[in-house]
Ligand binder design. Structure first.
Ligand SMILES: [Zn+2]
Ligand SMILES: [Zn+2]
Length: 144
């Protein structure tokens, strides 16, 4: 499955197995996306392969560790490592395919904006459960 940024310079490929998606409604993800939440995939690092444009990636890191990698030409968020884990965050909106994908869980639901309705699809967590637990759940939920 391939993905690319808005200008098309950064292209990557995610190999199978493709997990289900999650949405994070925390205040940082709202700032980072400019929207209600972050819709993304978390995959093992060996499933991501860069095909072009990797030299255009800029990084912004908050003191607390929250990291946002983005295309320095068009500003699209691009995949980055989740903390020091073995997992890579992949913004779902960059993927060329949407078929077969679904949102299986919502994180930080209690932090969502007042103007956002409570999500009705998938399992909701008021905050963030353990990362390994969530990623395992998302792989289990793929294509079901
Ligand atoms: Zn770009
Ligand atoms: Zn978040």
């Amino acid at each position: 499955m391939q993905g690319s940024c808005l200008c098309g310079e950064i292209i990557f490929e995610v190999s199978e197995p493709i997990p289900a998606l999650y949405q994070c409604h925390c205040s940082l993800c709202r700032k980072q996306t400019g929207a209600t939440s972050n819709t993304a995939m978390a995959v093992n690092s060996n499933q991501l392969r860069w095909l072009s444009g990797q030299q255009l990636i800029s990084t912004f890191k908050r003191e607390t560790g929250f990291t946002s990698n983005f295309c320095s030409k068009c500003g699209s968020p691009v995949p980055n490592q989740i903390g020091n884990s073995q997992f890579i965050w992949v913004p779902a909106g960059l993927l060329e395919t949407t078929a077969g994908l679904s949102v299986a869980t919502h994180l930080f639901v209690d932090s969502r904006a007042a103007w956002e309705a409570l999500p009705t699809n998938g399992k909701c967590f008021s905050e963030m459960p353990g990362l390994n637990e969530i990623v395992g759940f998302l792989y289990d939920q793929a294509n079901t």
